[in-house]
Design a protein around this ligand. Structure first.
Ligand code: SF4
Length: 151
């Protein structure tokens, strides 16, 4: 039986695409690869931002850099391109990195660049949810290894 395609935040796969030039490698993705085809997406890079880049946080209806510059358009473009990749690959779900201003599902930083997190959703995650996509986070990987995704 062919494997189901799932989109995944690229930093979880070990790619150094985070704003600080580092990764958020999650070793259990190696087990996931045995069960699913993982399609990497990094919305911030897809949106045209460099790596490393100045940190951004969601502030109201904008995404602002720590130095105050408005990065909203990059984040919106990245969300659109990530969605195109998702659809082109006929993915059945997405695993997104929690707490990111692009990928976060339940949490984001509070917009003060102090490290404090609040309840909220990243820009790409919002776009995916609006398109009816089932979202998981890295905290759900054990579950995805044990159960099949609901299609
Ligand atoms: S935008 Fe998403 S995939 Fe890219 S580094 Fe941030 S959390 Fe990872």
């Amino acid at each position: 039986m062919s494997k189901v395609n799932i989109a995944i935040s690229e930093c979880l796969l070990g790619h150094n695409c985070r704003y600080d030039g580092k990764t958020k490698y999650f070793p259990k993705v190696e087990l996931l690869k045995e069960k699913y085809n993982l399609i990497p997406i990094c919305p911030e890079v897809l949106g045209g931002l460099p790596t490393p880049r100045v940190a951004s946080e969601i502030v109201g209806d904008k995404v602002l850099r720590e130095d105050g510059l408005d990065n909203t358009l990059y984040f919106m473009t990245g969300a659109k391109k990530a969605l195109e990749i998702y659809k082109k690959n006929n993915c059945k779900a997405a695993i997104l990195k929690e707490s990111s201003p692009s990928c976060g599902l339940n949490l984001i930083h509070d917009g003060t660049f102090s490290g404090k997190k609040i309840k909220g959703m990243g820009i790409t995650c919002r776009q995916f949810i609006a398109n009816g996509i089932k979202i998981y986070t890295e905290d759900d990987i054990d579950k995805l290894l044990e159960e099949d995704i609901d299609e």
